[in-house]
Design a protein. Sequence first.
Length: 66
Amino acid sequence: MAWMGFYPVFGILFIILGSIVAIWFIIHVEKGFRFSGVKSAIAIILLSVFFAFGIQFLLISLGAVG
């Protein structure tokens, strides 16, 4: 229960990290000299994980259950 106070901070941190990965992914796809499928897959996985955990932590901190 001691971690419950940090859930909003973790949620915002994960969403910020997800945004950074999203920007990196867009730059990689649009401005990269050679397209890398492996880097794109890693970016999509990280993007999904960061946003999912960020939203989950924010929902838990706001009292959502289920």
